[in-house]
Design a protein around this ligand. Structure first.
Ligand code: KIV
Ligand code: NA
Length: 265
């Protein structure tokens, strides 16, 4: 089968077919996940927590992201690969972001992801105009955890929700191709999903996004740290990792995951 493209993902979203994504950090899982039907492999800087055992994503380096992106690309022939720009590799300027993003693209990414709203407008435009597809990331921003003072639901206050909706529109206008929404209220995720052209991929953002993503180690129940309420262990009741991933793919496609118990009002 041919490689999935951003155009195909955007067509799926318009047709109402949910996009299925999981984080992935190595070649063996890349092969397994895409064989089970996962369409977007996200090389997330969550690897700082689930692989490296750190308390946050902040310590992850660009070299480490390149290494894991190369591993995933090596094992993959079908999925669309999105790689996180790690903390400190893009915030200072659009030029810095371009240099970092180019390294991830050379390692095999098809798109890079960065965290932040209007402050990233110029950077998104700079990358997209130069041929690098960009995935936005709004809501809970793990790279800003020390600024926001913890991992909490975003968009419960009206002013915060209005600011996030405006941020989504600004990123969309700047040219993002996908938009991750993390731990927002269901209502805000629905409003953003309706307002922007880019397909939205939710994590703890309710069922109304165009697609869903989970941290692989959370959905397999093999992370020893704090597992968020919005995750579900799909290995429970499954006989193999392949079966667990296939169950996740089915549940996202048929709309049974995420359920109301995995989201926030
Ligand atoms: O790093 C990561 O895994 C992510 C997803 C949770 C969206 O950014
Ligand atoms: Na991330």
């Amino acid at each position: 089968m041919a490689r999935l493209t951003l155009t195909t993902l955007q067509k799926m979203a318009r047709a109402g077919e949910r996009i299925v994504s999981l984080t992935c950090y190595d070649a063996s899982f890349a092969r397994l996940l895409e064989t089970a039907g996962v369409e977007v492999l996200l090389v997330g800087d969550s690897l700082g927590m689930v692989l490296q055992g750190r308390e946050s994503t902040l310590a992850v380096s660009l070299e480490e992201m390149e290494y894991h992106t190369r591993c995933v690309a090596q094992g993959s022939s079908r999925a669309f690969i999105v790689a996180d720009l790690p903390f400190g590799s893009y915030q200072a300027s659009p030029r810095e972001a371009f240099a970092s993003a180019a390294r991830l693209m050379r390692a095999g990414a098809h798109m890079v992801k960065l965290e932040g709203g209007r402050v990233m407008e110029e950077t998104v435009r700079f990358l997209v105009e130069r041929g690098i597809p960009v995935c936005g990331h709004l809501g809970l921003l793990p790279q800003s955890v020390h600024q926001v003072g913890g991992y909490r639901v975003q968009g419960r206050e009206e002013s915060e929700a209005a600011r996030l909706l405006a941020d989504a529109r600004i990123l969309d206008q700047a040219g993002i191709g996908l938009l991750v929404l993390e731990m927002t209220t269901r209502l805000l995720a629905r409003q953003i999903s309706a307002a922007v052209a880019a397909p939205t991929i939710g994590i703890g953002a309710g069922p109304d996004c165009h697609g869903q993503v989970l941290v692989l180690y959370d959905m397999l129940g093999i992370y020893g740290g704090k597992v968020p309420r919005f995750a579900r262990n799909f290995l429970e009741g499954a006989h193999s990792i392949e079966a667990a991933v296939a169950a996740y793919v089915r549940a996202v496609k048929d709309g049974s995951f995420p359920g109301p118990e995995h989201g926030f009002d």
